[in-house]
Design a protein around this ligand. Structure first.
Ligand code: SAM
Length: 308
């Protein structure tokens, strides 16, 4: 059996660490985390509630976000192995046109914990979303990557992307004339353009806030050792779990909403049998050709420009 589902926390923890590669806990993640041993998880990747009134949220207050994080983050640090990583994906809390960057709160809490170090603030940028009228349209969110301790697992070669100019050569110095790029590819940098999961996206399921598997996949490959355990306390449809399973890592996830937990379970079964749809992070973005109907300017654009 590759996946076990529990409604009681204790066996979930034992099972993941000792045997079954994937364990799902249906319930409040704090009930699960409270029973997890110290130093037991290699990598946590998660996206919590933003308190923005989504169908699965009960609070609309940034104060509640901060209060909940003052409780959960020290616990996530406790269960993270020395050298392990914490990737916390958040966006912005917006109320009455006032914007609060939620990673500011996450950073403030974690930076106060001894031994926790921020390694990157990854900007996840995407092309689609709500159109702003009183401010610029939001087209990015962030992932804060922290490590526990300074001797941490980071496999850059596992996530290199193709060189933009592979034929480039050193133009001076002792290697003048030789190719300058790393044949294994280049570092993907800290700005990741990955389409968000909306509309006809191949990964879209019945959840309002999925993040793309490509986002989790890159962190899993870079930050989790081959035999390691990946944890997502706010699993949703388990995009993190898919990223872990397709890369052969063990996975532990919690979800409080029964509908999403059911979706996650069937999705992870597909990840095991190799049928789960995934859009790789480094697949080039779709660019319509000049002849495509979406690329053609409608006649009324010209009229409105003339009137402006
Ligand atoms: C932003 S969504 C995560 C979506 C996920 N990254 C995905 O790709 O599908 C947050 C999820 O956390 C769940 N959640 C919120 N509070 C929770 C808690 N205390 N314990 C477990 N799950 C929780 C919500 O039901 C929601 O599905």
């Amino acid at each position: 059996m590759k996946i076990r589902v529990y409604k009681s926390a204790a066996p979930a923890v034992r099972s993941t660490i000792n045997g079954t590669p994937t364990v799902l806990f249906f319930g409040d993640c704090m009930r699960l985390i409270g029973r997890m041993p110290d130093n037991s998880v290699d990598l946590t990747i998660t996206s919590p509630n933003y308190c923005m009134g989504k169908e699965y949220e009960t609070s609309r207050s940034v104060e509640d976000f901060i209060a909940a994080h003052k409780v959960i983050l020290p616990e996530i640090v406790r269960i993270t192995k020395e050298g392990g990583s914490i990737c916390w994906q958040v966006g912005y809390h917006v109320r009455s046109r006032c914007v609060y960057p939620l990673d500011y709160a996450v950073f403030s809490i974690l930076a106060d914990i001894e031994g926790i170090v921020l390694r990157n603030r990854v900007i996840w940028t995407f092309g689609h979303g709500m159109h702003g009228f009183a401010r610029f349209s939001g087209r990015h969110e962030t992932v804060l990557w922290f490590t526990k301790g300074s001797d941490y697992h980071f496999d850059l070669d596992a996530v290199r992307v193709p060189q933009k100019y592979p034929g480039k050569r050193h133009f001076r110095g002792p290697h003048k004339g030789e190719f300058s790029g790393n044949p294994k590819g280049k570092n993907p940098g800290d700005v990741w353009e990955i389409p968000n999961v909306k509309g006809s996206h191949t990964e879209k399921l019945d959840h309002p806030c999925q993040f793309p598997v490509g986002l989790a996949d890159r962190f899993v490959r870079a930050l989790c050792p081959q035999d390691g355990i990946v944890f997502d306390p706010h699993m949703g449809t388990s995009s993190t779990g898919v990223g872990a399973i397709i890369n052969g890592r063990r996975f532990l996830g919690a979800e409080i909403n029964e509908k999403y937990e059911t979706i996650a379970h069937s999705r992870l079964l597909k990840a095991y049998d190799g049928t789960v749809p995934v859009r790789p992070a480094d697949r080039p973005l779709y660019v319509p050709s000049a002849g495509d109907s979406v690329a053609r300017r409608p006649k009324h654009f010209a009229t409105e420009e003339a009137q402006a």
